[in-house]
Write a protein that binds this ligand. Structure first.
Ligand code: HEC
Ligand code: HEC
Length: 204
């Protein structure tokens, strides 16, 4: 696995439904067929939880950098990132599978439905304040779409974000990038985590 490279690809918005079908029919949108890396057979098994519909508390993985995806799979396989489901999945993966999966899912656009309606604007403001205080954007980017080793965190599921921050704080999850997240999360309170997860999940 090589070091984390810069992510040059602009954030992709996914087209859906009739628009997409029409463009594909016209041959104007060759995305899936040409731009995406070829799906390795082992990727089929991932879609039950990481497909168009998310299940079991799984986050979307399409659109993360290949390095980030590979690293997380290696962490799960080694038992360094704790999650019963993913440790079971990763146990069966070879290094070649992991490389192919990273490349494939990184080549797909991030599924980007409109952000959920914000029913807790006070919590959003508290999250924005905490994010400034802890300089989250310095690593994740002003729009939280990720820079180098720091992945996209904008509009991930709120419960997943809260769990991720809690896991870093509890040392149940290692952090690449010079232990960046372990250090950051160490100083977060429960209230910070709740507010930050909400803020990032509803980012416009
Ligand atoms: C039965 C459901 C399930 C299946 C099948 C599954 N996953 Fe997961 N995956 C999860 C859950 C749940 C998490 C969140 C774990 C956590 O909270 O730490 C996750 C997390 C991940 C992450 C980390 C995402 C991040 O943002 O850090 C990656 C990468 C991943 N899975 C890849 C895969 C790949 C590749 C496959 C297929 C080989 C796969 N998963 C199959 C449920 C699943
Ligand atoms: C010094 C750089 C740095 C700072 C500051 C930082 N992060 Fe991170 N963040 C990272 C890196 C690097 C990763 C990937 C770590 C890994 O390999 O698990 C990460 C991962 C994450 C993840 C996991 C995403 C996923 O898909 O599982 C979340 C959530 C997150 N950061 C939120 C935050 C929040 C909220 C803040 C501010 C309180 C913050 N980060 C501040 C560098 C940083």
């Amino acid at each position: 696995m090589s070091g984390a490279g810069p992510r040059a690809r602009p954030p992709a918005r996914s087209l859906s439904g009739p628009t997409r079908a029409a463009l594909v029919a016209l041959g104007l949108l060759a995305s899936a067929a040409v731009r995406a890396a070829e799906a390795p057979a082992v990727a089929q098994a991932c879609l039950a939880c990481h497909g168009d519909a998310l299940a079991e508390g799984a986050p979307p993985i399409a659109g993360h950098s290949s390095n980030y995806i590979q690293l997380q799979l290696v962490f799960f396989r080694a038992g360094r990132r704790k999650n019963e489901i993913m440790q079971g999945v990763a146990e069966g993966l070879s290094d070649n599978d992991i490389r192919a999966l990273g490349k494939y899912f990184a080549s797909l656009p991030f599924p980007d439905p409109p952000p959920p309606a914000d029913t807790q604007p006070d919590l959003t403001r508290a999250g924005a304040t905490a994010a400034l205080q802890h300089r989250c954007a310095a690593c994740h980017g002003d729009a939280y779409l990720g820079i180098q080793a720091a992945p996209r965190v904008a509009r991930l599921p709120e419960a997943y974000l809260a769990k991720a921050l809690g896991d870093y704080r509890a040392n149940a999850r290692p952090s690449s990038g010079g232990a960046a997240m372990t250090e950051v999360a160490g100083s977060l309170s429960d209230a910070d985590i709740k507010a930050l997860a909400h803020y990032l999940a509803v980012l416009p």
